[in-house]
Design a protein around this ligand. Structure first.
Ligand SMILES: [Ca+2]
Ligand SMILES: [Ca+2]
Length: 234
């Protein structure tokens, strides 16, 4: 809009400032143009007189171009913002997928383990091992020495083991005398059922727990017994 207004102003000024004074010189009553061909006769003088206005128009044209650049920049920013929103949506979907993929996988039961009660166990019935070796063997098999959870689990296990035989469990008080924990988890043993008079920590050397005839004993960890492994919980 301002371009056309400038052009209109330009011609108005030309008419008043250039032809006007000449006409008034020739005739006081009416305007008479003394030039036969004003556009051509005007020549360099016109260009000189109009240059400030032409420059002014050019300046506004440049501003208009600059404004166009700003508009284009805004359009680009809006486009980028739209793309960013779309990318965030995709990322959210990916995160949701990853989160769902962290659902517990189907548990893989290590070879040799059998279901006893609600969980899977391996009962070593052939080779005696000291407590440390037994613990290592269970880990190598994909489990750990067993931590009996409650009375029911003890009953279920007793149906599958030899009554008058000792079996190492995961429990010991190696770190803190009298505090029986799972060696694997460090957590306090959830279920303890001691033989009368046990644990006695005989000679201050008994720190590992075994199952014998349905009750627990503390014994020297170097003693070689059978053992019971449980499948890993994870
Ligand atoms: Ca002890
Ligand atoms: Ca003992």
């Amino acid at each position: 809009m301002f371009v056309w207004s400038e052009i209109y102003l330009l011609f108005a000024l030309v008419a008043r400032g250039f032809f006007g004074p000449l006409a008034e010189v020739q005739n006081g009553d009416r305007s008479v143009c003394p030039l036969n061909d004003p556009p051509n006769q005007c020549g360099e003088f016109c260009l000189t007189a109009l240059k400030p206005l032409i420059d002014h128009i050019a300046m506004h044209q440049q501003q208009w171009n600059n404004n166009s650049d700003v508009l284009r920049l805004n359009e680009s920013l809006e486009k980028l913002d739209s793309q960013h929103t779309a990318q965030m949506s995709v990322l959210q979907e990916v995160l949701t997928t990853v989160k769902n993929s962290k659902m517990p996988p189907n548990k893989v039961i290590p070879p040799g383990f059998e279901k006893i009660g609600k969980r899977y166990f391996y009962v070593e019935r052939n080779h005696h091992q000291n407590w440390f070796s037994a613990s290592k063997t269970c880990v190598q098999m994909g489990g750990q020495l067993a931590v009996i959870q409650d009375e029911q689990e003890l009953r279920d296990l007793r149906e599958r083991i030899t009554h008058d035989t000792s079996y190492w469990l995961d429990i010991n008080d190696l770190v803190n005398e009298g505090h029986y924990v799972s060696w694997t988890t460090g957590k306090r043993a959830p279920f303890l059922t001691w033989q009368s008079g046990e644990p006695n920590n005989a000679y201050d050397r008994e720190h590992c727990v075994d199952l014998y005839k349905g009750v627990f004993y503390d014994d020297k960890c170097e003693t070689r017994y059978y053992f019971i492994c449980q499948a890993s919980e994870n």
